[in-house]
Design a protein around this ligand. Sequence first.
Ligand SMILES: Cc1cc2nc3c(=O)[nH]c(=O)nc-3n(C[C@H](O)[C@H](O)[C@H](O)COP(=O)(O)OP(=O)(O)OC[C@H]3O[C@@H](n4cnc5c(N)ncnc54)[C@H](O)[C@@H]3O)c2cc1C
Length: 367
Amino acid sequence: MKVAVVGLGIAGLSICARLSLAGHEVMGFDQFEPMHTEGSSHGDTRIMRLTPGEGETYVRLARRSADMWRAWEGLAGRALIDWTGGLMAGPHGSPFVDACVRLSKRPAAAIRGDAIHPLTRGYIALPYDWDAFRQEDCGVIAADATRQFLLRQVPRFGAKLFHGRKVEAPITSTTLTIDGATRSFDAVIVAAGGWATKLLPEFAGRLVTKRRVVGWFRTEAPRALPVLCIDNDAGVFGMPTPRGLYKLGLHSIGETTDPDNVREADDEDAAALSKYVAQILPKHDPNPVRLSRCLYTVTPDENFLITPSAANDRVLLFSACSGHGFKYAPVFGELAEEWLKGEPSRELEAFGLAKRGGMNRLGAAKS
Ligand SMILES: Cc1cc2nc3c(=O)[nH]c(=O)nc-3n(C[C@H](O)[C@H](O)[C@H](O)COP(=O)(O)OP(=O)(O)OC[C@H]3O[C@@H](n4cnc5c(N)ncnc54)[C@H](O)[C@@H]3O)c2cc1C
């Protein structure tokens, strides 16, 4: 089949990789340059969790991605994931921590908040009466390195990638207009991140683009620290990064934004992050070394939305974000191939509109 992929973030690149390997004639288009920092996929790192507390569907998806992450590492000739371990924590009775314990089937790894301080030699501090769960199958993805690897590898699989080429909105059929010229395809996959509703306005009520800011924080004596996912109002998440800085973000804090007009990171963002660094990372300087802004594309229930357009069933919306999509990237190509074949797996079905009711409403998913 002749397939167009609109958007070459981590989702679009993964889809181009798989479909070209499967023998389809694939063309990928992105409005920006290869390693741009305007969307959702840029930055040095992302959190990987093989047993995400978001539910069985995501555990199955993560497990499906594990082998392919290894295959990508083989092709890349380097590790793309640093398995640091992680701490999932929250107030006593946190449904997220409970889900992590239940889904991991490792109740013994559940600990109390006051055990964290000695466990991390005072680098991480949590309220003594909180619940926490030590998760070994957690780590840090080298996000930009993964994008660079795919940008090199995907053309070798036979796909044609076009950067600096904006697909005209809206998309109403499998004929696209790019720079005023039209091109026809057998199928179109819209993996346009925060711009999805500009291209497919029918989903405006189901997807919202949100601004998020992350910061990198220094400490005098860096040491190996785990990934952190905290079930509190802000949805604090953190991960160790290369050069010994610790990166912190707030999953649930940030305004709705137009992806074409996003406010730059500023002192207000720094202050919001510093407050949590002072509480949770007592040995880190609460003043960020640097900040970066990024986009979430969020559904009301924070589950992924992968479903055909009502206007044309050969046009697929592929929105796997809500701030927790990167870790599943290698599977995205498989899900797209299932759609092309008309053979959806349980996972793909779960992300469609038809089965929406069956999915848990994710109480504040984590990164
Ligand atoms: C701050 C932050 C922290 C995160 N942390 C984690 C984490 O720890 N773990 C995790 O698993 N996930 C995490 N995520 C989520 C993850 O990064 C995203 O789910 C993922 O990057 C989404 O990728 P995407 O390809 O769908 O979107 P994008 O990377 O935004 O790609 C969409 C692309 O479409 C292009 N495009 C849009 N419109 C057009 C058009 N008209 N024509 C051509 N091209 C177009 C854009 O230029 C863009 O390149 C985080 C996200 C953020 C923002």
